[in-house]
Design a binder for this molecule. Structure first.
Ligand code: UDP
Ligand code: MG
Length: 329
């Protein structure tokens, strides 16, 4: 029997692009169903991430128009990673395989067939990997590649040029459910789950409509999250740097004492200022990095829910409570 596939599509303020891409998702799913590769029970599950525009209305209309569309809505905006997780967890008991894919058409939807084939060939995880970065700006291309190299140096295992376009089997999903961390960086977390994996190459295109929700600030925050939630090597580097600076300082002290004894001291304003500035800068960076980790520990200890689903398209919207007239008398 063919597998039940759930395509998880996070959507945040995407009223412009959803009407365009929803048809493409359904086209690809129908093709897979007709080819007998996935079951007719397969679905496209949109996750509305607390959008402020008409995204949820668009999703509800889609769900009413074709049984292959489903939607869940988060109680508020929680960010891309949490939206994907909410969709994955929702699909956990319903699907044999899930594919997470951005809703803006940037990830080549037709690569899903190759992913499903790779699953049947024995992979529990199939990573969508960008074959080239022609559509990226010079800045984004270079910073992204430097970041992957940096993550690698920091000991975090991520697949080069893979974002969040991937197939996961229900077996991997069940194990993923046991990772309770609040600071989510799925592309680093999923390789930690293990199991057999493979890669499928695809070309990443321009957005079909709407605009990006990842401006530079959010991208930097995601990058910092990636490193600090996957690796403690920066803390180790701080300790090493502290050791080296302490050693240099010790040599400096001996040098200063010798100069003093030999009567070679002169008014050394510039050198003292440089040393103070340098060392205090290094200390502040070190404190900042340590602070990042403490902040993460703080958030983890609270153990707050990572997502809250407020509505599902297959359930009736919550009815208004009817006032109990008998009590008023
Ligand atoms: N997204 C989301 N919540 C957010 C921000 C983005 O669910 O808070 C979704 C968005 O709708 C899209 C995907 O995450 O499907 C990737 O976002 P976007 O295309 O804006 O990022 P980019 O591709 O430019 O990095
Ligand atoms: Mg995008």
């Amino acid at each position: 029997m063919s597998a039940v596939l759930y395509v998880i599509v996070p959507c945040y303020n995407e009223e412009e692009v959803l009407p365009v891409t929803s048809g493409l998702f359904l086209e690809e799913l129908s093709l897979l169903i007709r080819a007998g590769k996935v079951s007719d029970e397969s679905r496209i599950l949109f996750v509305n991430d607390g959008s402020r525009d008409a995204t949820w209305t668009v999703i509800r209309d889609l769900a009413a128009s074709d049984p292959h569309y489903l939607g869940i809505s988060q109680s508020r905006n929680r960010g891309h990673q949490n939206a994907v997780l909410a969709g994955l967890m929702e699909a956990r008991d319903k699907a044999d395989i899930t594919i997470s894919c951005d809703c803006d058409g940037q990830d080549d939807i037709t690569a899903m067939e190759a992913m499903v084939d790779a699953y049947y060939a024995g992979s529990e995880i199939v990573y969508g990997v960008r074959s080239k970065r022609d559509t990226d700006s010079f800045f984004k291309k270079n910073t992204a590649q430097a970041y992957y190299r940096f993550l690698d140096r920091m000991g975090a295992e991520v697949v080069y040029n893979h974002a969040d376009y991937r197939l996961i089997s229900s077996r991997v999903l069940r194990e993923l459910a046991d990772y309770h961390e609040v600071n989510l960086f799925l592309r680093g977390l999923i390789p930690l789950v293990g199991f057999s994996s493979s890669c499928v190459e695809y070309e990443r295109r321009e957005r079909l409509a709407g605009k990006t929700h990842y401006p530079l600030g959010k991208m930097i925050a995601l990058a910092v999250d990636g490193v600090t939630s996957l690796s403690v090597r920066p803390l180790h580097l701080i300790a090493v740097a502290g050791g080296v600076i302490a050693l240099l300082s010790f040599i400096g002290v001996i040098w200063a004492v010798i100069c003093q004894l030999l009567g070679m001291t002169v008014a050394g304003w510039a050198s003292v200022t440089c040393i103070v500035c340098f060392v205090s800068g290094v200390q502040l960076i070190a404190l900042g990095i340590i602070g990042e980790y403490i902040g993460k520990i703080y958030l983890e200890t609270k153990g707050r829910p990572r997502y809250i689903i407020s509505e599902r398209t297959w359930e009736a919207p919550p009815a208004r409570p009817v006032p109990d007239k008998t009590e008023e008398k």
